[in-house]
Design a protein around this ligand. Structure first.
Ligand code: 3H9
Length: 693
């Protein structure tokens, strides 16, 4: 049972009991309606209170149900809300905690609302690529006014109930006992008798609704770009000045259209994918995480500093170690500078800056790390350097301390073997800038303890990261895939494209940055070093030499003032470089290739499908546990367009048969050997399957 019914002192109490957040799935909707009928039929019941059990009033419609037959099966949410509204006995919503989306819409169908002051309320549907589809766009403007409602609905922001104290939305706001206040109100309402107030009967008043809506539409159109939902929200809210049923029909039509859109499916995929990423099959509630109260960070460079800031921000003291006093000074100064920049932007107070700096202890001695519960190293990517660090850590770290490597490509098992406690070692691959980027790849070594991984997952949440678990393989998930993408980008140059065309096509597809601008930002020397290593480790794997030629000119990217593009002092814009263009064309000639015009569509397919193919290999090797993990890596760490749901989800929407067919076509072209399709992709394409089934 996902609703509970009982009668106390002549008041029927309907409690939503559908953990974790009382989602309004079919069973719960039925329960509410049945409870309502029971209360109408029971002569002893004078009024009805509806509330939620546990941590929420209701988190809204059950998102998992969307696009399944149950979503449209009666009673739908609009049916349930209409029944509340038309109840012959007064209905009071007792908003004990979070009321979002359909949850708030349900409350708007009650005659009265009592809420806990701190309860979070809002209509966040737009974040899932839809709009409130159970009357929210019509009732909320009636309750709180057109402008405020439009802002909340278009942004999807949740606010505390007390923020809306000045509006008609809540009849009472209370500190603690919501149910008692709701009972009192229910008794009073029953004493007064019908008619009971219905939000639908209220009028939206605004001195210039048309002008305001036109203004809002312009602003929303400018920022919503690839997301259709925000403008539909504006249209629906605009209709709230019309008769209620007309507005409701407009909302309903927009909801049906949006819920079926690829953008909404992608956003819902990302919502669940992000939550699923933190769940690991063999790590259940029986695994007790270790306690982390003190952190050590080795290396005060860009990465070490950024990593430290994450822990400081979460209130965890950090001891940061460097080998040279100057480097330590520099690292500390950078951290302070970053915090002061945040303070200038108004994101931190001066006191908060000091509080964080106060939690930071600099040191040149490993002896100061002996009481750390977690030590993260962010030193140079070289086995020799890592070995020296991990042997030291093994010697000084207290028993049970977690030893983490921020390696972005090296073998975590080999690193773990530098210690006598491989069960305490894992990879924590932060992305630069580490204090900003959401993604954290947790690399589980062959011997990493379950409690160590559980601790890292919990800690990731605490420091606001989106953690994805990867097995041990060169490049883990993200960088392993990006290498194939970069290879294709290089081959495209040999065949006829220029960096600016490739970047433009990738950015038009929606990538935050094309591959060459990204290379210039990250530093082209990093890829160069990897290719040199590959030449020894995997001599059969081919790369375009173009990138090496660019590096040989000292063009490492923004940091050297020149890379694939030219840069001007004090200006981060990338200017196409005649030097690089000549170099590329010359290189094609040297290879004996006849340069051809390459379409943007081909560029995008080759970039994205190379990610997909490698992703499929990662999945079949078990390096990633599920396709959505790969999508989350790309959405949170690599600027993949959110509305396309990540590379694996995107491939599903294109159709794996079509993806494979295109790959087979490219396999007959220049450097076609790079297009060996992953067996998993072939199998799914042939059986009509999907990565994200
Ligand atoms: C809607 O209402 C449409 C209507 O307008 C029209 C209908 C006709 N459904 O985030 P957490 C799960 S659209 C199903 O980790 P928190 C979530 O997957 C809906 N499941 O916790 C997770 O499950 P698991 C509009 C849901 O405390 C667990 O709950 N509403 C739903 O940090 C805990 O979630 C929204 O968009 C749901 N609606 O945050 C609200 N919500 O444990 C979306 C949550 O298996 N939800 N789950 O991984 C949220 O913003 C947050 O989850 C919430 C709790 C603030 C509620």
């Amino acid at each position: 049972m996902t609703t509970h019914y009982d009668v106390r002192d002549g008041i029927a109490v309907l409690t939503l009991t559908n953990p974790p957040v009382n989602g309004l799935g079919l069973g719960t909707r039925r329960g509410v309606l049945e409870g309502l009928s029971r209360a109408q039929d029971d002569g002893t019941v004078r009024a009805i209170v509806i509330t939620g059990a546990g941590r929420a009033f209701s988190g809204g419609a059950d998102i998992r149900e969307f696009n399944s037959p149950a979503a449209n099966q009666e009673p739908t949410l609009p049916t349930v809300i209409a029944a509340l509204e038309n109840s012959t006995k007064p209905v009071v919503a007792a908003i004990n905690a979070t009321a979002l989306g359909g949850g708030l819409e349900l409350a708007l169908g009650a005659h009265y609302r009592v809420a806990a002051r701190k309860a979070q309320v809002g209509l966040p549907e737009v974040k899932l690529g839809i709009l409130p589809g159970a009357g929210g766009t019509q009732r909320l403007p009636r309750a709180i006014g057109l402008e405020l409602a439009l802002n909340l609905i278009v942004s999807g922001t949740a606010v505390t109930a007390e923020t809306l104290a000045a509006t008609r939305l809540f009849d009472r706001l209370v500190e603690t006992d919501v149910l008692a206040a709701a009972f009192e109100l229910a008794q009073t309402a029953a004493n007064q008798g019908a008619p009971y107030p219905r939000v639908r009967d209220w009028r939206v008043k605004h001195p210039n609704a048309d002008g305001f809506i036109a203004f809002a539409r312009m602003g929303v159109a400018a920022v919503a770009k690839n997301f259709p939902a925000p403008l539909k929200c504006v249209d629906a809210v605009a209709a709230s000045v019309k008769p209620f049923e007309i507005g409701l029909a407009i909302e309903r039509a927009a909801f049906s259209e949006l819920v079926a859109s690829t953008e909404s499916k992608a956003l819902r995929h990302a919502f669940f994918g992000e939550r699923a990423a933190s769940k690991v099959a063999d790590i259940g509630d029986d695994i007790t995480p270790r306690t982390i109260v003190k952190v050590g960070v080795i290396g005060a460079g860009t990465m070490g500093g950024g990593i430290s800031m994450n822990f400081l921000n979460a209130g965890l003291p950090v001891t940061i170690l460097e080998s040279q006093p100057e480097a330590l000074e520099r690292g500390l100064a950078t951290i302070r500078k970053n915090y002061e920049a945040s303070a200038k932007r108004g994101k931190l107070s001066a006191a908060q800056v000091e509080q964080r700096m106060h939690l930071l202890t600099p040191t040149l001695s490993y002896a100061d790390l002996t009481d750390a519960d977690l030590i993260v190293e962010a030193v140079f990517e070289d086995y020799g350097v890592k070995q020296a660090v991990f042997e030291q850590l093994d010697a000084i770290a207290k028993p049970g301390a977690i030893l983490a490597s921020n390696t972005s490509t090296l073998d975590v098992n080999r690193i773990a073997a530098f210690t006598k406690r491989p069960q305490d070692v894992l990879g924590t691959h932060f992305f630069s800038p580490a204090n900003v980027m959401k993604l954290l790849e947790l690399v589980r070594g062959a011997e990493t303890g379950k409690d160590v991984l559980a601790t890292a997952l919990g800690l990731a949440k605490k420091i606001g990261k989106t953690a994805v678990v990867s097995g041990v393989r060169d490049g883990f998930i993200g960088n392993r895939m990006i290498e194939q993408y970069s290879r294709q980008a290089g081959f495209l140059l040999e065949e006829g494209a220029l960096p600016q065309q490739v970047d433009r096509a990738a950015e038009k597809f929606g990538f935050a940055m094309g591959p060459f601008r990204m290379g210039d930002l990250a530093g082209n020397d990093i890829g160069w070093a990897i290719r040199k290593r590959r030449a020894i480790e995997q001599p059969d794997v081919t790369y375009s030499k173009t990138a090496d030629l660019v590096c040989e000119l000292g063009r490492y990217g923004q940091k050297t003032g020149a890379g694939w593009y030219d840069y001007k002092a004090g200006d981060r814009a990338a200017y196409p470089s005649p030097v690089v263009d000549v170099l590329i064309v010359q290189h094609s000639q040297d290879l004996g290739l006849h340069r051809r015009t390459i379409s943007d569509a081909e560029i995008v397919e080759r970039l994205v499908y190379s990610l997909v193919n490698e992703g499929a290999k990662i999945l079949e090797e078990g390096i990633a546990a599920k396709a959505s993990d790969i999508d989350i890596v790309y959405l949170s760490g690599y600027g993949f367009p959110l509305w396309r749901g990540g590379p694996m989800f995107y491939a599903d929407t294109v159709g794996l048969y079509n993806v494979l067919r295109a790959m087979r076509r490219y396999a007959t072209g220049h450097q076609g050997a790079a297009w060996q399709p992953a067996p998993l992709l072939v199998q799914l394409a042939e059986s009509g399957g999907q990565f994200n089934a």
